[in-house]
Design a protein around this ligand. Structure first.
Ligand code: SF4
Length: 498
């Protein structure tokens, strides 16, 4: 950072993306931005429509043992991220290096970050220290790549996770996971590394994606007839898990947006397969893909299928779903969940995911589209809502604002993250897990209708809330005065520039 650039301190995720991108490029972050945009291509959903994307990286760091995570960003962003972390039960300290315009412009912020890293990197406490540049430090070119790579054996990992370069918090998980895998791969290629805590003697499958805790053992049971086991799944819980994951026979991109992580597995010479062991069709195809990638015989693959598929079929038959559902979310597992619901009997005309289209969800997209489902990648909230209003489903599964809209319309609705994060998805356990919650929600349809009639006339938008009957009156001339003040400020800044 040369200190000559005016930091974009007033821009945020609520506007000014182009300005931030321009500032970041001018500040020497072009290579970083190009990589982010290649890994996480944009679609109609260019701006965060949910929580700050950096939460994904922060969460990955906070969930690891002996890893410290430090944020560098505006205080308001850090407040929101810290609040969300603790809301989700982080129970860990979130480090923060504050700044002001002066320390940002003069390059002092980088010095402050480096000092914080030196203070934190104690081998008795940590295996790694992660520093995350949020929007403003990224746009101002704070050069985390100039941090030392390690201090007394503690690895230092600096990443840029700006909202204007990483569209969703799901993909931000990949930014940190990929950076850690790269570091661990380089370590393993240059010398001996710490022995993983649970070292498998069978060939393993490294599952990529944040899963419900019961899912990895369930996947292990599916693999056992082929003589295979699961490696620690990614994002992982401690540094040495990274070595065990990289040591796998096959990597499985169950969540299909981990582009940087997949790159590291490929660099380590591991084949990578897509989709997941979901329902009968998905499990059969996935076991075949794993077996083929691992060089298993047809007999072993058939044995694995024979052990798994009848139980999954039986669980689906015992828990039929009779409902028309629209499904959308930003977790990346939307297509898999839709497949499972459809195999159980649901009709799903629309699936929207905030994540991009990648080769690892191609099989799921083809399966769904073959059965008449419209799959929308990089779906915006507006598209999800339009689909729900068009379909008028028995149940709308989606993000918080979609669920809110559905409730206003009297449509039973369910928050996607709550539905999938508290139950298994894969194998026979997954096949039986979703039916009950769908049935409970669709049974509540008359209650939603009563709710709509109860609140009838309370008001909406500018008249929402008790006691508000009309549109609030604007103070006379306020908008015009603000517009003129903005114009005057812009002109005075131009004058300074010339
Ligand atoms: S860091 Fe997150 S909250 Fe802050 S401006 Fe960027 S996207 Fe928004």
């Amino acid at each position: 950072m040369d200190g000559s650039l005016a930091p974009a301190t007033e821009a945020s995720c609520h506007g000014g993306r182009d300005r931030l991108v321009e500032a970041a490029r001018a500040a020497g972050k072009s290579a970083t931005l190009d990589k982010l945009m290649a890994d996480y291509p944009r679609g109609p959903h260019d701006q965060p429509q949910s929580m700050c994307p950096a939460f994904g990286s922060l969460r990955v760091g906070l969930r690891m043992k002996r890893v410290a995570t430090i944020l560098s960003g505006s205080a308001c962003c850090v407040y929101g991220l810290t609040f969300t972390s603790h809301f989700y039960g982080a129970r860990r300290t979130v480090g923060y290096v504050p700044f002001n315009s002066e320390s940002l412009v003069k390059g002092q912020l980088f010095e402050d970050i480096r000092n914080a890293v030196y203070e934190t990197a104690k081998p008795a406490d940590y295996d790694a220290v992660v520093v995350i540049n949020l929007c403003v430090p990224t746009a101002s070119g704070v050069p985390l790549d100039l941090l030392p790579k390690q201090i007394d054996g503690v690895r230092i990992i600096g990443i840029d996770v700006p909202g204007f370069g990483v569209p969703t918090h799901a993909e931000a998980k990949d930014v940190l996971t990929g950076a850690m895998l790269k570091y661990a791969r380089n370590e393993a290629e240059t010398g001996p590394v710490a022995r993983p805590r649970h070292l498998e003697d069978r060939p393993t499958v490294a599952v990529i994606g944040e899963l419900f805790p019961a899912d990895p053992p369930g996947i292990g049971a599916l693999l056992a007839p082929m003589g295979m086991a699961v490696a620690p799944s990614l994002p992982c819980r401690e540094w040495r898990d990274l070595y065990a994951a990289l040591d796998c026979e096959v990597a499985a991109a169950v969540h299909p947006f981990y582009t940087a992580s997949v790159r590291e597995f490929r660099a380590a010479g591991r084949p990578v397969i897509g989709s997941g062991p979901i329902g009968v069709d998905g499990t059969a195809d996935w076991l075949a893909a794993v077996g083929n990638a691992a060089g298993m015989t047809g007999a072993k693959i058939d044995a694995a299928k024979a052990a798994a598929l009848p139980a999954i079929r039986a669980a689906l038959d015992a828990n039929p779903i009779r409902a028309r559902i629209t499904l959308s979310g930003y977790e990346g597992s939307e297509l898999l969940v839709a497949r499972l619901l459809m195999e159980a009997g649901a009709e799903i005309p629309y699936v929207g995911t905030a994540c991009p289209r990648t080769e690892w969800s191609e099989a799921d997209r083809a399966w769904l589209e073959h059965r008449g489902t419209h799959v929308q990648y990089r779906a915006s909230l507006e598209q999800d809502i339009a689909a729900m209003m068009d379909v008028r489903p028995d149940l709308a599964v989606g993000t918080t604002p979609l669920v809110q809209k559905a409730k206003e319309l009297g449509i039973p609705a369910l928050y996607f993250t709550n539905m999938v994060s508290a139950r298994p998805l894969f194998g026979a356990a997954g096949a039986g897990s979703l039916a009950a919650i769908v049935a409970a929600q669709t049974r509540g349809a008359p209650r939603f209708a009563r709710m709509v009639s109860f609140f009838e006339g309370v008001g909406s938008q500018t008249t929402a809330g008790y006691g508000f009957k009309g549109k609030p009156v604007e103070p006379q001339g306020a908008r015009e005065r603000t517009r003129k003040a903005r114009l005057a400020k812009a002109k005075s800044l131009e004058a300074v520039g010339t």
